[in-house]
Design a protein around this ligand. Structure first.
Ligand code: NAD
Length: 295
């Protein structure tokens, strides 16, 4: 069993750290927020009041932080604290350039590093069923996989450093576009006089099927577990969807790729968040689209 330092014990990091404790590891956790530290301590994480306290004696360091700037600054600070040969895993969703910067910091210090963002949300984090998309050398992947398998169900090696974040950004661009498309179809059905259930029964078993429709249906009724049945409480907040869509647009600009639907979805979620709905589930974009139709 390993000693693991877990930095960033928020909505995702908290339950992920708890699963590592359940698997029998010693997990030392640090977060800037005292409330997050206390919540993690209640699940068996050893609370560290400072970053250096969490790091002492750790074989593995995992970061689960909001954005690239947090990851680069924490990994830079860790430079003085973490010995060479330590396995470093960043599971935050961040821009590819920051992920590459983190790998470069790791190389300077002789660490073994992977970028390993996740899909599956807070439910998947709690249940230990996340999908991890991993970028790094085969040697780094082989070391990280058994640890990640204690927090997730599918661990996919995407390629070299940075490719985990590339996969994440592409996946979530599909998600943002597909959710907007499914919402438009329901709004059109309403205007035409077709029931939600009839559209669902047809499209969810036909060529319109996708995760946004079949598993996360944006209208109440057809899929009882979707946030639409719970006042659009997230789930996956629209503000996080917007963050990921913006990352997709940064990536496509840098790579010279044409992603016109990704650009439109980014605009749509930007308008929705500007109207004060960033804290709602991302499927609530249907209310915004319906409102446009009524204007
Ligand atoms: P969160 O805001 O709940 O947690 C982030 C935590 O990091 C906070 O508790 C914050 O206090 C802490 N933090 C910030 N800077 C710190 C620092 N310098 N040192 C220590 N702690 C620090 O966010 P979350 O929902 O847990 O998401 C974390 C990452 O996972 C994000 O990159 C997000 O995009 C990604 N993600 C989230 C979801 C989701 O459904 N919430 C799904 C997939 C991926």
């Amino acid at each position: 069993m390993a000693t693991i330092a877990f930095i960033g014990l928020g909505n995702m990091g908290g339950p992920m750290a708890a699963n590592l404790v359940k698997a029998g590891h010693t997990v030392k956790g640090f977060d800037l927020s005292e409330a997050s530290r206390k919540a993690a301590a209640a699940t068996g994480v050893v609370e560290a009041a400072r970053l250096d306290e969490a790091i002492g004696g750790a074989d593995v360091v995992i970061t689960m932080l909001p954005a690239g700037t947090h990851v680069v600054s924490v990994w830079t600070e860790l430079g003085k604290l973490v010995p060479s040969g330590t396995l470093m895993i960043d599971s935050s969703t961040i821009d590819v350039a920051s992920a590459n910067r983190a790998h470069a910091i790791a190389a300077e210090h002789g660490w073994i590093s992977v970028d390993a963002p996740v899909s599956g949300g807070t439910g998947g984090a709690a249940a230990g069923t996340l999908t991890f998309m991993v970028g790094g050398t085969s040697q780094a992947f082989a070391k990280a996989e058994p640890i990640l398998a204690q927090m997730g169900k599918r661990i996919i090696h995407c390629g070299d450093a940075g490719t985990g974040q590339m996969a994440k950004v592409c996946n979530n661009m599909i998600l943002g576009i597909s959710m907007a498309g499914v919402c438009e179809a329901f709004v059109l059905a309403e205007k035409l006089g077709l029931s939600h259930q009839a559209l669902f029964d047809v499209a969810s078993t036909s060529s319109g099927q996708c995760w946004s429709l079949n598993t996360y249906c944006p209208v109440p009724g057809p899929v009882p577990t979707s946030p639409a049945n719970n006042g659009y409480k997230p789930g996956f907040a629209a503000a996080l969807m917007l963050k990921d869509l913006r990352l997709s647009q940064e990536a496509s600009m840098a790579a010279g790729a044409a992603t016109p639907l990704g650009a439109l979805a980014t605009q749509l979620y930007g308008l929705f968040a500007n109207e004060g709905h960033g804290g709602e589930d991302f499927s609530a974009i249907i209310n915004f689209i319906r409102g446009q139709a009524a204007k």
